[in-house]
Design a protein around this ligand. Structure first.
Ligand code: GLC
Ligand code: CA
Length: 537
């Protein structure tokens, strides 16, 4: 398959906005689209040039909007369709693209399609969801179902919570003894596929630049290796290449070797499901996986092991580098705790040096640019459960409600954390070496050097089992950059065989004098918790 990758992705840095918590423009305590429009100047000043907006469509909000009841209508609490179109326009004027969140795998039980589908009397929507043939028959454990909810005598398969019935994309291998399992080209699945395409067209025609696709691998049931699900995305991609060649699809899949050949421009590396990525960021003793992980690489103890990451990454990279990009994320609305938890500001600067200089298209979760923290112990909000603590209001300033809203504090979507001193936009904008200003500087660097573009060549220079530092190079058009990272609170040294091109090196960022001659070798010497970037050609 010959696909096109839009040029704009080469310099793309994404910003994920959870709309309910970004900025409240009308004092109801909930963030909204006009609020995002008001903050576009800030977003532009950060340097990101694309936004992924979490679902902003009509919904009963039993899973924070991932339970859609109308795909083509903005939820009134966020504004109107006109507001969203205005956001597309004003963002575009600032060189920022907006990607919406597409939830193709399931709807809310409140969606009119489902309300029809659950009726006893057969109708055009009867086969739009996955129903078995009797409430008395259980489905298999890998196809969780809800029994006794519908008028019709059948149980429906859910994709996530019970309020999220799975849309019917068919079964890759229907069980002949279970005739309710339809094939992928049965009329129901065909109609669903067409309708999801219509939803995409609806928003693309209004100015959206693409979609982050929720649970993108989940569509076709009994689909080992996700081959039939992939076939659907390949068709969608071919249609986009033809009709919307600038539009981009980002998958929540976490297996780039499946998602990117399937047609996604970008697959996210998930800090909680890709083992190699977990070994970079998942802090031991934090969050709901408390004791499951060994030390992360980005830990000042220096106990992490970069090889765990490198082996996984190299495999993904080699298999996908000519087809699309991987996205490192700082976090997201599901990933908890936040990436700054348990990390010093200096260590966070190294995390950003890494994320913003590796290949692909990084995604920064709102608030991570100022090092916001997770709030422990919040009661679950809108199906958030443990995720609720990463969804608190953006911390704009130290004034009332952290500058998020002028509503009464009791009305806020979620409370502002108690300790926000120093972790606000207002305070960090004026502090030259703040995390915020470092992130800005690193984004500028990424966008200034062709060698840091998404598709620039990537080579490992030094990554040894349990040793530090980690060194890699990025190269493009006769430009080559060397990046070295030492997360530990001890100095880190290593020797590299001499390469003549390093003789005319130019210091770019971080710690100077990190490369020294040592007889026949180079000696790389990094201070505790530091990193460096050199141009070597
Ligand atoms: C994805 C979303 C998550 C949601 C789930 C069900 O994992 O990121 O927030 O709850 O899908 O749609
Ligand atoms: Ca509001």
């Amino acid at each position: 398959m010959q696909t096109k990758i839009p040029d704009w992705l080469k310099n793309a840095v994404f910003y994920e906005i959870y709309p309910q918590s970004y900025y409240d423009s009308n004092r109801d305590g909930i963030g909204d689209i006009p609020g995002i429009i008001q903050k576009l100047g800030y977003i532009e000043s950060l340097g990101v040039n694309a936004i992924w907006l979490n679902p902003c469509f009509e919904s009963p909000f039993q899973d924070a909007g991932y339970d859609v009841s109308d795909y083509t209508k903005v939820a009134p609490r966020y504004g109107t369709n006109e507001d969203l179109i205005q956001l597309f326009l004003e963002a575009k004027q600032r060189g920022i693209r907006i990607l919406l969140d597409l939830v193709p795998g399931h709807t809310s039980i409140d969606h009119p399609w489902f309300k029809q589908s659950q009726k006893a009397h057969p109708n055009p929507y009867s086969d739009w969801y996955v129903w078995n043939d009797s409430v008395w028959n259980a489905t298999d454990a890998d196809l969780p179902s809800v029994r006794g909810f519908a008028e019709r005598n059948a149980s429906y398969i859910t994709n996530f919570f019970y309020i999220q019935p799975a849309l019917n994309y068919g079964f890759a291998h229907p069980d002949p003894y279970q005739p309710w399992q339809q094939s992928v080209d049965a009329p129901g699945p065909k109609a669903v596929r067409q309708e999801i395409k219509n939803v995409m067209r609806f928003w693309l025609d209004k100015g959206a630049s693409g979609f982050r696709v929720d649970m993108a691998a989940s569509l076709v049931k009994r689909d080992p290796g996700h081959q039939e699900t992939a076939r659907f995305w390949t068709e969608i991609r071919a249609w986009l290449d033809e009709s919307y060649p600038e539009a981009v699809l980002i998958s929540e899949w976490g297996t780039p070797t499946e998602a990117i050949p399937a047609g996604f421009h970008i697959d996210m590396l998930l800090n909680y499901s890709n083992p190699g990525v977990i070994s970079l960021f998942r802090k031991r003793g934090y969050g709901n996986h408390r004791d499951h992980y060994s030390w992360s690489f980005f830990d000042e103890s220096g106990h992490g092991n970069i090889k765990q990451f490198v082996d996984e990454y190299q495999h993904y990279y080699n298999a996908t580098k000519d087809l699309g990009y991987m996205a490192f994320i700082t976090g997201n609305h599901d990933d908890h705790p936040r990436i700054a938890d348990g990390r010093s500001e200096n260590l966070m600067k190294l995390v950003y040096l890494f994320i913003l200089s590796m290949p692909g298209t990084p995604i920064i979760y709102y608030g991570d640019e100022i090092g916001m923290h997770y709030t422990e112990g919040l009661p679950s909000k809108e199906g958030g459960y443990a995720r609720t603590g990463v969804r608190t209001p953006m911390q704009w300033s130290t004034s009332e409600n952290a500058g998020f809203s002028t509503a009464d504090p009791s009305k806020l979507y979620l409370p502002v954390p108690n300790e926000i001193e120093g972790i606000t936009v207002e305070q960090q904008e004026t502090k030259q070496d703040s995390l915020f200003n470092t992130v800005r500087e690193l984004i500028k660097l990424k966008q200034a050097y062709p060698a840091l573009e998404a598709d620039a060549d990537f080579q490992i220079v030094y990554a040894e089992e349990g040793k530090l530092p980690f060194i890699f190079s990025r190269s493009k058009q006769n430009q080559s950059l060397l990046i070295a990272i030492n997360p530990s609170n001890q100095e880190a040294n290593c020797n590299i065989p001499k390469q003549s091109n390093w003789l005319n090196r130019k210091f770019i960022y971080g710690q100077d004098n990190a490369i020294n001659e040592d007889g026949e070798k180079w000696l790389i010497k990094l201070k505790p918790v530091s990193g460096t970037v050199y141009q070597v050609v």
